[in-house]
Design a protein around this ligand. Sequence first.
Ligand code: DQA
Length: 145
Amino acid sequence: MKILVINGPNLNLLGLREPALYGSKNFAALQEFILTAAKDLGLEVELFQSNHEGCIVDAIQEAYNRYDGILINPAAYTHTSVAILDALKAVALPCVEVHLTDISTREKFRQFSYVSLYAEHTICGQGFEGYRQGLEYLKENYDKQ
Ligand code: DQA
């Protein structure tokens, strides 16, 4: 099973970025964590990060027929992007949404997620571990083998 893992804007600044909220480990450590979790679960993953909404839309479109599922942390675009929601609906791949922090207890503007209108499962507030749980969910629910 092949999963595309998408990380949105500013996640490349993990470690530097508001460490009290997002932790002190950097983005390379997150990527390493995801690759290790995927290997343990016997999943193939490709990692994609962009600070640009259109690039994320392109990556989702290009996932059609190439991946069996998408794990996405849309970061700030979670709360604003109808374009990312529409792209997910268009390719209609199994999708899990993940957030490092618990967006339901943060500022009001973070409490609504466009991506949740499509994603069938959302994991919040588990830090890096949420990515492992998201991969596990996709494997348990969609691995045809
Ligand atoms: C985030 C939460 C978003 O509100 C924020 O804009 C991010 C990261 C998270 O992982 O907790 O960039 O998606």
